[in-house]
Design a protein around this ligand. Structure first.
Ligand SMILES: O=C(O)c1ccc[n+]([C@@H]2O[C@H](COP(=O)([O-])O)[C@@H](O)[C@H]2O)c1
Ligand SMILES: Cc1cc2nc[nH]c2cc1C
Length: 336
């Protein structure tokens, strides 16, 4: 596949040139929504979701036939600081589990008839410990962005990006702090389940990373504090915008990765909806900073795209109603 960018500056430029929604399609969808056999507004958020989706697809009466779930995996040097309840080997072990169909996301993707792809990014070469050095070189960041971009099927009509990476809630917390301000204590959470001492350690590790790196530029923050799977998610979400594929964001790590795009170019996440609110403490703060309201709040803190995959069902429901319902005139129902 021919990639549209081979440098970080070309990636930045692509973001500024990215297409917007088709306002004729969203206006026609809004008009159709007003004629469907229900009291005005009775389908709640489903109504605006359908109009939003129609705008991005350029079709006032769209279908969802080809959702894609992509899981990116990466390893993190910052695990050396004792920031996770699990050992780093679990990342590769879970990739094998994804490949054999045994993880939660395999079942959720199947339940909503989504294609699922798994991309492990250089698991044998973890990123550098960001308390000591930038997590990635520019070349490594570029490669991960490109992997993410190329992973998106241009024919998909809905995208979920998920991740697997022991230690990545620490990377995501550091990234969120660099993008939105605040300290480690504001953004660190329990991840896979660290105890109180682990939580304080994570906050201090984030503060050490913030003190070491000049991360005023969002892509530079991603390079210094993030990780390969975060960069790949950012690349995939940017590619989805390029192809006008709506995106459902997953939990804390996915949202932090996506936030890099929004901070690089305001409006870059207009094609994205927050699938769920993770139980990871700072996810609400992150969604607030992005102005996104999650579709679901089920107490999940798994990652691997699970909350977003569940929200495929909500999106499918919204589109089934919008595109399949009869209008008052068609059904012979009195509209007032
Ligand atoms: O998506 C979330 O909000 C989320 C919250 C807590 C943990 N996780 C998952 O757990 C792993 C990171 O946790 P940790 O404790 O190793 O930083 C990683 O594989 C994530 O997919 C994910
Ligand atoms: C077992 C396990 C499964 C996961 N899936 C996503 N992150 C995870 C972290 C752990 C530890």
């Amino acid at each position: 596949m021919q990639l549209p960018f081979t440098t970080l500056s070309a990636f930045r430029a692509l973001m500024t040139e990215a297409p917007g929604a088709d306002s004729a399609a969203s206006n026609a969808a809004r008009d159709r929504n007003g004629q469907l056999t229900k009291p005005p507004g009775a389908l709640g958020r489903l109504e605006n979701l359908a109009i939003w989706y129609a705008g991005w697809r350029g079709d006032a009466q769209p279908q969802i036939n080809a959702p894609q779930v992509i899981i990116f995996a990466g390893n993190h040097g910052v695990c050396a600081q004792g920031v996770s309840a699990f050992p780093a080997e679990v990342t590769a072990q879970m990739v094998a589990n994804f490949e054999h169909g045994g993880a939660a996301i395999n079942q959720l993707a199947k339940a909503f008839s989504a294609r699922m792809d798994v991309h492990a990014l250089s698991l044998d070469t973890p990123t550098a410990d960001f308390t000591q050095a930038p997590a990635m070189s520019e070349a490594e960041l570029l490669e991960a962005l490109q992997t993410g971009w190329a992973a998106v099927d241009p024919q998909a009509d809905l995208l979920v990006t998920g991740e697997m990476g022991i230690g990545n809630t620490t990377a995501a917390a550091a990234l969120a702090a660099a993008l939105f301000g605040g300290t480690g204590a504001d953004w660190a959470g329990r991840g896979t389940g660290v105890d109180d001492a682990g939580l304080s350690r994570k906050a201090a590790v984030v503060d050490a990373g913030l003190a070491l790196h000049d991360s005023a530029d969002p892509l530079e923050a991603l390079r210094c504090l993030g990780g390969r799977e975060l960069a790949a998610m950012a690349g995939a979400i940017a590619a989805a915008r390029h192809h006008r594929i709506p995106v459902i964001l997953d939990g804390f790590i996915c949202t932090a990765a996506a936030a890099v795009l929004e901070k690089t170019h305001a409006g870059a996440l207009d094609h994205s909806v927050a699938g769920h609110l993770s139980a990871e403490g700072a996810h609400q703060r992150l969604l607030d900073a992005l102005g996104k309201t999650p579709l679901l709040n089920l107490g999940l803190r798994l990652g691997e795209g699970s909350g977003a995959a569940l929200a495929i069902g909500v999106m499918k429901g919204a589109i089934a109603c919008h595109s399949g319902m009869s209008t008052f005139a068609e059904a012979g129902v009195s509209d007032s």
